[in-house]
Design a protein around this ligand. Structure first.
Ligand SMILES: Nc1ncnc2c1ncn2[C@@H]1O[C@H](COP(=O)(O)OP(=O)(O)OP(=O)(O)O)[C@@H](O)[C@H]1O
Ligand SMILES: [Mg+2]
Length: 501
């Protein structure tokens, strides 16, 4: 007889110094179902999963898997038993190739030697079975995040896992890749695999989840079948109060042009992009992943070599060659990739907050002011941490993002470019970030906001630039916003031409 649950985590408690991350939570997962794990940043979702995988040892509680009580000492033990996890922050071995990453710890051997041929063939077979287009010989580090994720999923499948945990798997995937992932999930559940799915994206949850469990502050709040929930109910369970997931920009006067970008090119990634940005304005940038929006931002911020065109600030031409020069000229960039170019893991929240503009704190450094400034943003963004001295790596993914937002707000730039500012951020904090951006615009700052979320880009922007494959295909005024129109210009080279008034 099949058990009702393939996995039961009962009364799990996990404490870190100064933090009660899990205060006796229970999660029961049915085989062949997608179980969504929801909750605000720092609610304890990733921690519970790490307790399951043996990455952390719970202080107390019981894990029953496949009818038996288990205690995994490490991920390898969990994998061998049939539980695998695709992590929020991927950590592949970048200098090894895909095959080696896939079969790490269980390489096929022939005599005393690694059987590279078999390893390669096994990889190809696996990718074919999952319909993945990945070259097994490519260096892991050369793959896009999406491809790396696909490799991780293939790895989980190759272990014949009964339970696969996916911690915010779609945060860097394009729409086609998301569809592909959902298809794989469907195949998995059809083969009776249970998927524990963590995401802050409501649409995803309602599309694929069968069951939903909500945590708040390390406590279990509710478990419901998805069909009995709607977005409002779910948000209320997560946040503990009613709210919407959108904070529209507050009207404020639009001033002079502060930044002018003229025929900007950066290789083939950015081709002849031109726009003006005014004080008090939020200029949205829409487009699909890979449209060249991030590259445009990097070119303006001095992180990417410019091959053509000009950039003016307050009417004066700029020749920015590095981020330091950009910051000096009053331009800041919040990058989308917090691990690659964002957080410095071992340093404290204070250090991570003040680092972009250390000069402000004099010599010797005024630590008191550094602390006060950091505390101000930790409070404003509701960042969950025991103290501002905590190393940033100890924070949950979303809370790390909040620290980075604070970092750039603190430099008080004239032009703030934010690239996917609310990725991985829960609904409550999202509204806080929106309101902060709105407030900055109200103070006469100019903001460029790259966002792949249609409601966000439409709700927050005064105008929207749309890009496709490095080209700017359109620019819309607020009264012209229309999601279908935006999508149309985001998916083709066709250019938006304004109708005569
Ligand atoms: N290694 C650690 N050391 C100290 N505290 C930690 C550690 N890992 C997690 N925490 C704390 O435990 C709490 C729960 O974190 P967790 O990462 O599980 O949150 P989450 O629900 O996954 O959030 P997010 O949506 O932001 O990813 C947080 O307050 C976090 O700061
Ligand atoms: Mg997490």
């Amino acid at each position: 007889m099949q058990q009702e649950y393939v996995l039961e985590m009962i009364d799990i408690v996990k404490e870190f110094p100064g933090v009660k991350a899990l205060q006796g939570v229970t999660l029961k997962v049915r085989p062949g179902k997608v179980h969504a794990l929801m909750g605000e940043n720092g609610a304890g979702k990733s921690t519970l999963m790490k307790c399951l995988l043996g990455i952390y040892q719970a202080n107390s509680g019981k894990i029953i898997y496949d009818g038996k009580e288990v205690h995994f000492k490490n991920t390898q033990e969990a994998l061998n038993a049939g539980i695998s996890m695709i992590h929020q922050e991927l950590s592949p071995v970048p200098e090894r190739n895909v095959s080696e990453n896939l079969w790490l710890g269980r390489v096929p051997v022939k005599g005393f030697k690694v059987d590279h041929k078999k390893m390669r063939q096994d990889s190809l077979d696996l990718f074919k079975r999952l319909n993945l287009d990945v070259n097994p010989d490519a260096k892991m580090g050369s793959l896009t995040v999406a491809k790396m994720q696909m490799v991780e999923i293939a790895k989980a499948v190759s272990y014949d896992s009964k339970v696969i945990v996916m911690d915010e798997p779609t945060s860097s995937l394009t729409e086609t890749e998301v569809e592909h992932l959902f298809k794989i999930i469907e195949d998995l559940t059809a083969r009776n695999v249970a998927v524990i799915y963590i995401s802050h994206k409501m649409e995803e949850i309602f599309r694929i989840a069968d069951d939903v469990t909500v945590f708040r502050d390390g406590c279990h709040v509710a478990t419901e079948e998805a069909k009995n929930l709607d977005i409002d109910k779910l948000i209320t369970l997560m946040v503990g109060r009613e709210m919407t997931d959108m904070f529209p920009k507050v009207d404020c006067p639009i001033g002079d042009v502060v930044l002018k970008v003229e025929n900007l090119s950066a290789g083939t990634a950015v081709r002849n992009v031109s726009f003006e940005l005014h004080r008090g304005e939020i200029l949205g940038m829409a487009g699909l992943v890979g449209a060249g929006r991030t590259e445009t931002a990097e070119a303006i911020f001095g992180m990417r070599h410019i091959t053509g065109g000009k950039i003016y600030k307050d009417g004066k031409e700029l020749h920015i060659k590095s981020p330091e020069q950009a910051i000096k000229n009053g331009i800041a960039l919040l990058t989308e990739d917090r691990r690659g170019s964002g957080i410095i893991g071992l340093l404290s929240i204070i250090d991570n907050t003040v680092i972009a503009d250390l000069k402000k704190y004099g010599f010797p450094l005024n630590h008191k002011k550094m602390r006060a400034d950091t505390e101000k943003y930790v409070e404003a963004l509701n960042t969950k941490t025991p103290s501002v001295d905590t190393p940033i790596k100890n924070l949950s993914g979303g809370n790390q993002q909040k620290v980075l937002v604070g970092r750039w707000l603190l430099t008080a730039p004239d032009v703030l470019i934010v690239d996917e500012p609310t990725r991985g951020i829960d609904v409550g904090a999202k509204a806080e970030i929106h309101s902060l951006l709105s407030k900055l615009a109200g103070e006469g700052k100019a903001i460029i906001m790259i966002s792949s979320e249609m409601p966000e880009v439409m709700g927050m922007s005064d105008r929207i630039v749309i890009m496709h494959e490095g080209l700017m295909t359109g620019i819309l005024d607020r009264n012209e916003f229309d999601s279908e129109l935006i999508l149309k210009f985001a998916t083709s080279d066709e250019k938006y031409v304004k109708e005569a008034q």
